[in-house]
Ligand binder design. Structure first.
Ligand code: AMP
Length: 191
């Protein structure tokens, strides 16, 4: 079983690479951003309160995303593995994920970080904003806020996995296929 945490700041290419990885390795893609946007589209209470924070580029509370992931893991017990995309984003989420997996007899295989510099991220996110329809991709201030949230709250999650000997980082700038090949090389090394 492969349980991958695909890590990196907003705009690093996690979504794009996840789509290619789920196809190749037949994994379940769990993106908390996508799950939250589905809640917003369905106009649930959870979605409406999350939207207020998401529209400001601020992380939603840990218990909200942890609860969503718990449900998805339980719904997919027979999966070949999971890609966690945009989760965990805080050390508390990482600790909760380890515990949830352990309770199901599972564990994270490894975290792979996509390294992309800040100027490139802002450029990519604003470009995506022209077509994504995502309110949080629309203006530079908001994009900067999301990168700042990443730097302060999310970056330490890499150390959490490094301490377990489960951290690898690869260059996230270049051709999509080249980055994908580098990701596959790391994952195949876990088998
Ligand atoms: P994303 O699609 O991953 O860029 O997420 C969009 C927004 O959803 C983020 O800016 C946060 O407000 C929220 N979000 C997504 N995943 C998480 C998470 N794991 N923890 C807290 N907030 C999250």
């Amino acid at each position: 079983m492969i349980n991958l945490v695909l890590f990196g700041p907003p705009g690093a290419g996690k979504g794009t690479q996840s789509q290619k990885l789920i196809e190749k390795y037949q994994l379940i893609h769990l993106s908390t951003g996508d799950l939250l946007r589905a809640e917003i589209a369905a106009q649930t209470e959870l979605g409406l309160s999350a939207k207020k924070l998401m529209d400001q580029g601020i992380l939603v509370p840990d218990e909200v995303v942890i609860g969503m992931i718990r449900n998805k893991i339980q719904d997919n017990r027979s999966a070949k593995g999971f890609i966690f995309d945009g989760f965990p984003r805080t050390v508390a989420q990482a600790e909760a994920l380890d515990k949830m997996l352990q309770e199901n007899g599972l564990a994270i295989s490894g975290m792979i970080a996509l390294e992309v510099n800040e100027a490139e991220l802002v450029k990519r996110l604003l470009l995506r904003g022209q077509t994504s329809g995502r309110p949080d991709d629309q203006n530079e201030e908001l994009v900067q806020k999301r990168v700042q949230e990443y730097n302060t709250k999310t970056r330490p999650v890499a150390d959490f996995y490094a301490a377990q000997g489960k951290f690898t980082s690869i260059n996230g700038i270049g051709e999509i296929e080249e980055i994908f090949a580098n990701l596959c090389r790391v994952i195949d090394g876990w088998a």
